[in-house]
Design a protein around this ligand. Structure first.
Ligand code: SF4
Length: 750
């Protein structure tokens, strides 16, 4: 029996290692999927450092979707009211090249947009950047990560000088206090939550605080649940900061040595007395004080957040306000501590490393920085000024660009915006106006395929070899174990072929994804996300490795200071003060481990100091009023993934979660005369949906919840995002998908 093939779960950002075995090698009768195809066997990889053999239902059943409804051949049509006809790859690619040239000639290169995905492998992301930003000269590449964690990226960059989550999963087992805000980790990052819950159960002194308007499964496990009113996160965080300051529970040495702008911040925090904060947040004063006490009494505090913080019109401010608490208490760069953004998608982190958003470039560079552009142009061997200094269109502005006619070609890959974008009525109208939409995906039908002129079949999980990075910066080689069906190809190969046909033959002369990765890691050399020491071969041999992982291994603390992954040196006074001795261990010849960033207290800002910044909350972008008196919040279920292109095709999952619903508090239900399972029409200013009521005290009064997964393929009026609005954080441009104002109209009992 041959060795199992090692890969990574293709669903969430936890990034659990998987082992895959063909059916014939299990020693049991061949297992088959619901369509009778022999089914690959999947189990957790015990050697994977992030998950240690554990998987959730999604990872455990992923192989069941491999043969379902696959898009196998390129298909094309001249207009959206026609049927697709099968075409050759040659015709499909020539059509793309012709369309690109046409848009360049008539509208300019900025009429071309690509909307990609955290489902991409790093090689897919990288080749797309080289094609769009380098060879074509437009930064119009954005990914669905814009809807997921771009506020975390912006917050890290502004506070620390560069992106990069500073903590790691081992901190889950070393923390004294876990502070989870805007994250239903138990359902959305289940294996991370299992690790934390085990630690919490085993150690009675360890505290868990959960901040969420819903009493989620995560909140049920907490010592303290703060069910704040939607949109009051900044008030709460400033209120905790106020109490910590009042009690003198700060780390003055850390503030003094490692941070800047504390005085201004402290002045503003004076305006957040606990009585006022508790009232604004709608929580007990005692609970607010208890949360601050847990922070004060804990040696190490680990904050975690995801969409509840990021998907907000003040998402970046919220992220920075969390980071402020860590800076003022010195809770960063040491075991069990740090502000830790949990990424949603399996390779959202790889996208950040490869420059996969409209304002960034590979190697944690930004398009606005002339030296960053020059460094990338040099490696790509392109003429100076090939890369535009202007950030490209973000996800939503691609939609508005279709409305205005400024987008002449939209290339969508591995994502399903006809379900996941806000304000779906408007989004779909805009997609109908697109002169030419290419849709590249593994499955057909999907909701977005209905808006495409050209369908390109993509290889998916297990059908191509490439790299993914998870939330804790662990890089895993995902090995191919089966052939793609029909004529499906890896995304990067499709992009590279278009590049060659556009005349960039040398730029895209890659023999394999390993060669693509080799070129990409050169762009990370001496950057904060240095992974120049990684290759496909090394990862295959040694298993998953965490970055920073520079080419030359560091052997002592002094050489570490010169090659520090955070890009700076440890200042002499910091070394002499002994401040970092406890962090570095007694043996000064041992370098700090890569698993945490900023262990030496030096950040990637110009002066090496992390920046405090104080914010006053503006509240929700669309507050409730007499006409729309409920806050709608949307979210994810344990079983499903995003828009269900995979999980909707797995019977075991559909059996557990077959349909969407609307959670409402019993008091609100009683007031409106709503009964369990009664259909409720939810209306916002943009559209309506109909959902059966689920009456539960898990949701606060005045708020209703619906899951975001179901799209138009599943029936009429089941789409959460018909209701949401696109108002976004002005810095991260991440829309406030988490909250909008709605009214409820009970329908006849069915
Ligand atoms: Fe996959 Fe996430 Fe589940 Fe792990 S926790 S098995 S990565 S879906």
């Amino acid at each position: 029996m041959s060795e199992p093939i090692k890969t990574l779960c293709p669903y969430c950002g936890v990034g659990c290692g998987l082992e895959v075995m063909p059916p014939a090698q299990t020693g049991k009768a061949t297992s088959r999927d619901s369509e009778g195809n022999p089914m690959w066997q999947v189990r957790g990889d015990r050697d994977h450092p992030s998950s240690k053999g554990k998987v959730c239902i999604k990872g455990g059943t992923v192989a069941e979707s491999l043969n379902k409804d696959r898009l196998k051949y390129p298909m094309m049509r001249d207009s959206l009211n026609q049927e697709f006809r099968r075409v050759s790859w040659d015709e499909a690619l020539e059509t793309i090249v012709h369309r690109i040239e046409e848009v360049k000639a008539t509208q300019g290169v900025d009429g071309i947009c690509m909307y990609g995905s955290g489902q991409f492998q790093t090689e897919d992301y990288y080749i797309a950047q080289k094609l769009l930003k380098g060879c074509l000269g437009t930064n119009n590449f954005d990914a669905n990560s814009r809807l997921c964690m771009s506020s975390a990226v912006a917050g890290y960059i502004q506070s620390f000088g560069s992106d990069g989550p500073p903590a790691c999963y081992d901190d889950l087992e070393e923390t004294d206090c876990a502070f989870l805000i805007g994250t239903n980790t138990a359902e959305c990052h289940p294996i991370v939550f299992n690790r934390l819950r085990m630690h919490h159960k085993k150690n009675r002194s360890v505290k868990m605080i959960v901040v969420d308007p819903r009493k989620t499964q995560t909140a049920e496990a907490a010592d303290l649940h703060l069910a704040i009113k939607p949109g009051t996160d900044i008030d709460l965080l400033n209120g905790i900061a106020h109490l910590l300051m009042k009690w003198g529970e700060l780390d003055p040495l850390y503030i003094d040595e490692c941070t800047a702008d504390f005085t201004k911040y402290a002045e503003i925090i004076q305006h957040y007395p606990p009585e006022i904060v508790a009232g604004r947040c709608g929580i007990d004063l005692n609970h607010l004080e208890q949360a601050a006490r847990y922070w004060a009494e804990s040696e190490n505090v680990l904050s975690m957040w995801s969409m509840g913080v990021n998907q907000s019109s003040e998402g970046t401010a919220k992220v920075r306000t969390i980071i402020n608490l860590h800076l003022m208490t010195g809770n960063i760069g040491k075991p069990g501590a740090g502000p830790f953004s949990l990424t949603g998608q399996p390779n959202a982190m790889g996208g950040r490393e490869a420059g996969g958003l409209a304002h960034i470039l590979p190697g944690y560079r930004v398009v606005k920085n002339p030296s960053h552009r020059a460094e990338v142009e040099q490696l790509w061997k392109l003429p100076s000024d090939s890369i535009s200094p202007i950030p490209g269109r973000d996800a939503w502005s691609m939609i508005t660009g279709l409305e205005t006619g400024d987008v002449g070609l939209l290339w969508i890959a591995a994502t399903n915006p006809a379900v996941s974008m806000p304000d779906l009525v408007r989004t779909k109208k805009a997609l109908l106006k697109s002169p030419f939409t290419i849709y590249q995906d593994a499955y057909y039908p999907t909701e977005t395929a209905a808006y495409a002129h050209l369908l390109l079949p993509a290889a998916q999980w297990g059908e191509k070899t490439g790299i993914m990075t998870n939330s804790e910066r662990v890089v895993t080689l995902c090995s191919q174990f089966r052939q793609p069906p029909g004529q499906a190809k890896p995304d990067w190969e499709i992009f590279a072929e278009v590049g060659r046909r556009l005349g960039f033959t040398k730029e895209f002369a890659f023999a394999s994804s390993a060669a693509v990765y080799q070129e990409f890691v050169q762009l990370t050399k001496s950057r904060p996300c240095d992974m120049s020491g990684l290759t496909h071969g090394r990862l295959r041999q040694q298993g998953a490795i965490q970055w920073p992982c520079p080419l030359e291994e560091v052997t002592d603390i002094n050489s570490f200071a010169l090659q520090c992954p955070t890009g700076g040196n440890i200042s002499q006074n910091k070394k002499e003060s002994g401040l970092f001795s406890s962090l570095l261990g007694n043996n000064k010849t041992e370098p700090p481990k890569a698993k945490r960033l900023y262990t030496n207290g030096t950040f990637n800002t110009a002066d090496g100091r992390a920046k405090f910044a104080a914010f006053h909350s503006k509240g929700l972008a669309e507050p409730i009023d007499n006409e729309y008196p409920f806050v709608l919040t949307i979210g994810r279920l344990y079983e499903h993934w995003h828009t269900m292109t995979r999980t909707g095709r797995i019977p075991k999952i559909m059996k557990r979660q077959p349909k969407p619903f609307m959670e409402i508090h019993p008091k609100d239900a009683q007031r409106l005369g709503i009964e369990e399972e009664q259909m409720i029409e939810i209306q916002s200013r943009r559209g309506l949906g109909r959902f059966p009521a689920k009456i539960t005290k898990a949701i606060a009064t005045g708020t209703v919840f619906i899951p975001m997964h179901w799209g138009a393929l599943w029936g009429e009026n089941t789409e959460a995002n018909v209701l949401t609005h696109p108002e976004a954080c002005p810095i991260s441009l991440e829309p406030e998908l988490k909250a909008c104002a709605v009214k409820l109209i009970p329908m006849g009992l069915e």
